[in-house]
Design a binder for this molecule. Structure first.
Ligand code: PLP
Length: 265
């Protein structure tokens, strides 16, 4: 049953057979935050939190058909883009978002599974930069993804100044806002804390969101990136500003993590 009174989030992502990431977690997240969800499935993955076993891509025709079936039928209040495995599909999705003039576009540049397997073919990072960065309301990479997208080395990115340099390189190519997710971060983070950083075009200072780094079993961290990005999209769909949506999304992920553990580092 569809609740038409709720704003609709369109989740464009891969299916994760374990249910911990991808469209499964996007659906769970958006609905539990008060939004309705529709999906464009870009790939099927056979995986569990320990191992990515197999990936089968959905054809471009089928991706386009799913997109049009939703966008022709109802108003989309926000879009969350996760796993898109080929540069051609990235370009297609960008074209459709422009054609339908969709707003509140949260781009999570998924390149690899947390367990290590590749989720994107070569050329996807470059296609995200060329086609999705200019239309994103916010781009939400973790540190590993930011490294690939900015072309900075691990050594270069291991400081707060490099986070700023990373933002400046995106700002120069037209990005509106960058949420650097701290969950995977190493050296640029204070010990025992996760710091997520929000940069917005036109705002002179970075907004830092600090939360305790919880001692969470690894199985419970699979999919946290997807959850955070979809929670931001859901709050944008509900009418919150980007900083408010970010703060609420981080609180939501923290509350889920807190449920799965009892003590902090
Ligand atoms: N999308 C899909 C379909 C996935 O399978 C994964 C990870 O396995 C992700 C996205 C990214 O997951 P995370 O939120 O852990 O970065």
């Amino acid at each position: 049953m569809i609740d038409t009174k709720r704003p609709l989030v369109l989740a464009i992502a891969g299916s994760d057979s374990s249910g911990g990431a991808g469209v499964q977690i996007d659906t769970k997240t958006a609905y539990s935050l008060g939004a309705e969800v529709a999906t464009v499935i870009t790939a099927l993955t056979a995986q569990n939190p320990e191992q990515l076993r197999s990936v089968e891509l959905v054809s471009e025709q089928m991706i386009e058909a799913q997109f049009r079936a939703v966008a022709d039928w109802c108003e989309v209040s926000a879009v969350k883009i996760g796993m898109v495995a080929t540069p051609e599909c990235v370009k297609l999705i960008a074209r459709l978002i422009r054609e339908y003039k969709l707003r509140n576009v949260v781009v999570d540049p998924v390149l690899a599974a947390t367990s290590g397997g590749e989720l994107a073919r070569s050329g996807v990072a470059a296609a995200i930069i060329e086609h999705l960065v200019p239309l994103a309301t916010v781009l939400t990479p973790n540190q590993d993804e930011a490294e690939v997208l900015c072309g900075l080395s691990k050594a270069e990115i291991a400081s707060a100044e490099s986070a700023q340099a990373c933002w400046q390189s995106f700002e120069a190519i037209g990005l509106q806002a960058l949420l650097l997710k701290g969950g995977h971060a190493g050296a640029w983070q204070a010990k025992g804390e996760i710091v997520d950083m929000l940069y917005e075009r036109g705002s002179s200072s970075v907004q830092e969101f600090r939360a305790p780094r919880l001692r969470v079993p690894e199985i419970n961290t699979h999919g946290t990136g997807c959850t955070l990005s979809t929670a931001v999209a859901s709050h944008l769909a509900l009418g919150y500003s980007l900083p408010q949506a970010t703060g609420r999304a981080i609180d939501y992920v923290q509350s889920l993590l807190r449920e799965s553990c009892s003590e902090t580092e």
